[in-house]
Write a protein that binds this ligand. Structure first.
Ligand SMILES: [Zn+2]
Length: 359
């Protein structure tokens, strides 16, 4: 009989109380194992990315390191989404609800997990800005379309006018429409990127997915000039048709991206009654992640891998800066009323290149 089976048999021979005790002890071991894994994963200094670092004592049982290049101290969680999180067990259950149950309002999260609204908000965005890490290539037939959301400043304090959500509702008023590019091939490789407020340009496509297409890709879209010129410039085969027809032939359709767009819009408008433009990319990441990992019973371990990445804190603490840059470079809107929130530890003096690709 193999060891695993023996343990299972022994386990069933325990009484209910003994089982409970054992399970708790095992959970602790699992936690220690996990921390050990992460510690081994420290590959570079989160401040200057140099690999020239050494151990520098322990603090409350956690290994500290010092960088020999920039002379700064750090631990395994510095720079990751776990930086600054004290209620670790609550964070774990928060994560599990987010990815096993989907779009749940903050108020519900705060009462179910037992944390303040502010913490619930911070955790959500810490997690979401860590998720966008897919860079796989699109293969063969690749559908592409843009979907728009009304420009929204929901939650921004100090605006002189009352209309924070919505902007103009005039039909075709592109200057208030936040464009999101949705791309998907038939192998579950997807990309949802907020690109600009205004009419989609071929440069936007280039900037967001340019390096993820191959010359063998076949782009399928409705008759959109920007997509057409992007394909032409990059010598990629392009199949297009009138948006009213929807299907060019059996194989060439954009139903995958159309249905994703409809579901994302529906979810954001119903579950959250619209979201602010500042966080639209974060919600797109969440949606994309849920779509890609639908039916995966071990979704949390994939989330964990994303959260360990050491630029999460960088993006999270710089979202306002990234939003400001987005408004200035990719819209005709005016950036107003900066949020006053500051962070004790901003990792780098300037926003890193990786963070910049976020919005
Ligand atoms: Zn360093």
């Amino acid at each position: 009989m193999d060891t695993k089976q023996q343990i299972k048999d022994l386990f069933t021979s325990l009484n209910k109380c003994e089982r409970e005790v054992l399970l708790t002890e095992l959970a602790t071991i699992k936690e220690l194992d996990k921390n050990a894994d992460v510690k081994n994963d420290v590959k570079s200094c989160p401040f200057c990315s140099n690999t020239n670092f050494v151990k520098n004592g322990k603090h409350r049982g956690i290994q500290r390191y010092i960088c020999k290049t920039c002379n700064r101290n750090f631990v395994f969680s510095t720079g990751s989404a776990y930086q600054g999180i004290k209620k670790k067990d609550k964070f774990e259950s928060y994560k599990s609800i987010m990815f096993n149950e989907g779009f749940i309002p903050l108020k519900t999260m705060s009462s179910r997990v037992g944390i303040s609204m502010q913490t619930a908000f911070d955790w959500r965005h810490k997690i979401l800005c860590s998720l966008k890490s897919t860079d796989g290539k699109f293969e063969n037939i690749t559908e592409i379309d843009d979907v728009w959301f009304l420009y929204s400043q929901k939650g921004r304090k100090g605006l002189k006018y009352s209309r924070k959500r919505g902007g103009s509702k005039r039909k075709g008023d592109n200057d208030f429409q936040v464009k999101m590019l949705i791309t998907s091939d038939r192998n579950n490789t997807k990309d949802l990127s907020v690109v600009r407020i205004g009419r989609l340009k071929s440069n936007d496509i280039e900037r967001k997915i340019g390096n993820r297409l191959e010359s063998s890709s076949i782009l399928v879209s409705d008759k959109h000039n920007s997509i057409k010129s992007f394909a032409k410039k990059n010598k990629i085969t392009h199949v297009s048709f009138k948006s009213s027809e929807h299907i060019a032939n059996n194989q060439h359709h954009v139903q995958t991206v159309n249905s994703m767009a409809a579901r994302l819009k529906g979810s954001l408008n119903h579950s959250f009654r619209g979201v602010s433009t500042k966080y639209l990319q974060s919600y797109a990441n969440w949606f994309q992640f849920l779509e890609t990992n639908k039916g995966n019973t071990d979704v949390i371990s994939i989330v964990d891998k994303c959260l360990d990445s050491n630029n999460s804190w960088d993006v999270f603490t710089n979202i306002e800066t990234l939003y400001k840059k987005f408004i200035k470079e990719y819209s005709k809107r005016t950036y107003r009323c900066p949020t006053k929130r500051g962070w004790k530890t901003q990792l780098k003096d300037t926003v890193s290149v990786t963070a910049l690709s976020y919005l």
